[in-house]
Design a protein around this ligand. Sequence first.
Ligand SMILES: NC(=O)c1ccc[n+]([C@@H]2O[C@H](COP(=O)([O-])OP(=O)(O)OC[C@H]3O[C@@H](n4cnc5c(N)ncnc54)[C@H](O)[C@@H]3O)[C@@H](O)[C@H]2O)c1
Ligand SMILES: [Zn+2]
Length: 372
Amino acid sequence: MYWYYQQPVRIHFGQGVLRKLPEVARSLGGKKGLLVTSKSFVRSGASARILQESEGLLAAVFGQVSPNPDVKECDACAALLRQGHCDFVVALGGGSVMDSAKAAATLCLTDDPAARYLGTGEVLPQAHLPLIAIPTTAGTGSEITCVSVLSDHSRGLKSPMSSDGFYPAVALVDPELTYSVPPYLTACTGMDVLCHAIEAYWSRHHQPVCDALAVHAARLVFEYLPVAYAEGRDAEAREKMCEASVVAGLAFTLPKTTSAHACSYPLTNLLGIPHGEACGLTIDYFIRQNAELGCARVHELARLLGYADAGALADAVGALKTALHLRTDLHDLHLSEAQQAQLVQGSKHPNLLNNPVEITESMLRRLYAGLC
Ligand SMILES: NC(=O)c1ccc[n+]([C@@H]2O[C@H](COP(=O)([O-])OP(=O)(O)OC[C@H]3O[C@@H](n4cnc5c(N)ncnc54)[C@H](O)[C@@H]3O)[C@@H](O)[C@H]2O)c1
Ligand SMILES: [Zn+2]
């Protein structure tokens, strides 16, 4: 079996590593940086504080990134990088901020809008400004992946784009930054980590290094997510969930995500369901379905995680969702027939092809009709 592994991101992990920012920026040759973040970090004063403590290396803040960021926000960020003649980028936030910053760090060296590349298959240029990614949620793993997920709301589209130029130069993973994440967002982002791990393991492009990472990350989620959800200031649980997020990111970057993520994009786009909760809505269905259709690796993963078989793993995922007060399955959404049809079409996403067994249109129809 041929396999390939690479991981170009330098990772600093631990309480207080945010303080390394000036030193890390200098190591990249950065002299004039832009801090990209979301409104909540501007409001809380965190972005102003980071600017102040940057020893003059950060020149300005772009604080406009929304959840499920639109290509237009990314274009505005790229324009600011161009106008300010910046030579590096710092992203402080969840997946939405990091994904916008990644795309902007590439697009600022072109005159292209992000829409030229999103969902079109056009290959992105490799040249980019160096990016320092500082996650504030334990979820996407975007700080170490080469993926940027953007939306083009004018086209009703949400989709990932991959480019080697999107790998951040450095990830600063400071668990303290996640203490303020409220319980519902903790649950959603934690479910995202679990789906990354499970989908990486069964992806058609699975490989041994990523398998080991996926198992480690999934174990951590089952043990520590309920604790982080119940007690947001539990330092050990927050740290272990940050570890799970980074490790699951390393697990899925190369094998890529599969069916549950393919279905999550239209669920978020049409119904506004947060990314991790949207992934979690179908993951136990796909655990059962993939096993039933002959994917032995699902049973193998279940046993490595301490469950008897795929059915027991699916039950454990269902119980975890219930304990986290997340919506457990599609019945909770009361979908109209028109919505079901839109979701079926939207789920026929390239990631579906990474699933270990073929997911047909009639299977998607039954899934969204609530017949499974
Ligand atoms: N690039 C990748 O590899 C990858 C992987 C999975 C998902 N994604 C994408 O990432 C996005 C989801 O990212 P996310 O789940 O991190 O959420 P998010 O970045 O959309 O943030 C959700 C909300 O939480 C707030 N928030 C963030 N950190 C906080 C903190 N420490 N305290 C309080 N509030 C905080 C944000 O301001 C925002 O309002 C989706 O668009 C998803 O598709 C990307
Ligand atoms: Zn995800």
